[in-house]
Design a protein around this ligand. Structure first.
Ligand SMILES: N[C@@H](CCC(=O)N[C@@H](CS)C(=O)NCC(=O)O)C(=O)O
Length: 81
């Protein structure tokens, strides 16, 4: 079972930065590409209370989720590098 989940957008530079780090670290993850319209991002909003991306969930993490690319990259480096 994949423990890492990423909500992102293909065209989002912050999402691209997180995907590059996941790739660098050779980590498997489940990706959910959120809809363009924020009003349609109901799944990520239900889980996090906001509609921005990227958002990372990881069972290994103390926090329930991270919603900032710098924090996500720093966490991935700490946990998996
Ligand atoms: N500081 C955030 C910025 C992320 C950001 O601005 N993402 C854009 C998409 S590229 C977004 O979702 N903006 C709408 C919002 O934050 O509600 C990060 O580095 O993760």
């Amino acid at each position: 079972m994949t423990q890492i989940e990423l909500y992102d957008r293909e065209d989002c530079p912050y999402s691209q930065k997180v995907r590059a780090k996941l790739s660098d670290l050779d980590l498997d993850y489940d990706e959910t590409v959120v809809p363009d319209a924020h009003s349609d991002r109901t799944e990520v909003e239900d889980r996090t209370g906001q509609t921005g991306v990227p958002v990372l969930f990881d069972e290994q993490m103390d926090e329930e989720f991270l919603a900032d690319s710098n924090e996500i990259v720093a966490y991935l480096d700490r946990q998996y590098n």
